[in-house]
Design a protein around this ligand. Structure first.
Ligand SMILES: [Zn+2]
Length: 307
């Protein structure tokens, strides 16, 4: 009898101590609040222990150039919309009209935007989820897209290529990025969990670097970075970061988790690659200019053949 009771007792203790199912970031764990930190997410969601998890550290010298990774075509990214920004207890999230789409970029089909959210550190300190050669940026934005023919993310996640997330890094700049005013100003109204407020009109295009600076990116297959950690994501990480001033970055740390503690360190640690290959875009612009250069030299040397 005792042999039966002990495991049951331990299981119930574990549930009591960790609040099983109540996942949290490492920054939220205290003796008073013993929640499921990232290393324990797999207890509640076995997918979090999968072999294709995100985020990852990108080791640039091990990336493979893939010329199929052409520039993206962003459609309706200029569309101005009135969104609602929500403190969902883990992040801030903005639902976007499904009219904005991405095509190209080596994606198998067109994907439509669903929502975007952010991951950040403490007062502008390291906070991105993905790292590049070990460098952690102060913040990372995820614009979540699903294949155009799906109507909800849940269905899209049952397709191993159902979701495409565009990841953007931030860097600290000396001057404020005024294009982010609608987002930053709204944060002051949603400091507590479940708080939401309407955004002043914004477009996705105004929140990301200009299109010509989005041709260099990394690509790999991974997962959602929060439970259930579903492995249904084609990841794109753009090299070019978005500038925000330290003051702007710090406003994110004024948000609160549901227990009233500062919402900081909202990132999952990097996960093992498990043999996955990370690709980088082929930078066709450089190839074209090299070809032109060769042609110019050939012409100068009188080597070109009349056609
Ligand atoms: Zn995310």
């Amino acid at each position: 009898m005792q042999q039966l009771i002990l495991p049951a007792l331990l299981a119930s203790l574990w549930t009591t101590c960790t609040g099983a199912g109540d996942w949290c970031y490492q920054s939220q764990f205290t003796c008073d609040h013993q929640c499921n930190v990232p290393d324990l997410w797999s207890h509640a969601n076995s997918d979090c222990a999968g072999k294709k998890q995100s985020p990852i550290n990108v080791v640039t010298r091990k990336t493979l150039k893939d010329e199929r990774l052409t520039p993206f075509q962003f459609d309706n990214y200029q569309q101005i919309f009135r969104g609602t920004i929500t403190n969902n207890g883990h992040s801030v999230q903005v639902g976007v009209p499904h009219l904005s789409t991405i095509t190209g970029g080596g994606l198998p089909t067109t994907y439509k935007a669903v929502q975007f959210h952010l991951h950040w550190g403490n007062n502008g300190g390291p906070g991105s989820e993905h790292t590049i050669d070990g460098e952690q940026y102060p913040m990372e934005m995820h614009i979540v897209h699903m294949k155009h023919h799906y109507t909800d993310l849940k269905t899209a996640m049952s397709d191993p290529e159902g979701v495409a997330v565009l990841g953007f890094f931030y860097e600290t700049s000396s001057s404020a990025n005024r294009k982010y005013d609608p987002i930053i100003n709204a944060l002051r109204s949603i400091k507590t969990t479940n708080g939401d407020t309407s955004l002043l009109p914004v477009s996705l295009a105004q929140l990301i670097p200009p299109e010509q600076n989005l041709t260099s990116y990394y690509r790999y297959k991974g997962s959602l970075t929060t439970p259930g950690c579903t492995e249904a994501v084609i990841w794109t990480l753009f090299e070019n970061p978005i500038p925000l001033s330290m003051e702007q970055l710090r406003v994110f740390s004024e948000l609160k988790f549901h227990d009233g503690k500062p919402m900081v360190g909202t990132f999952r640690p990097v996960q093992p690659l498990n043999g996955r290959q990370v690709f980088r875009s082929g930078a066709p612009a450089i190839l074209v200019s090299s070809a032109l250069l060769v042609a110019t030299i050939a012409t100068a040397l009188g080597l070109s053949q009349p056609i």
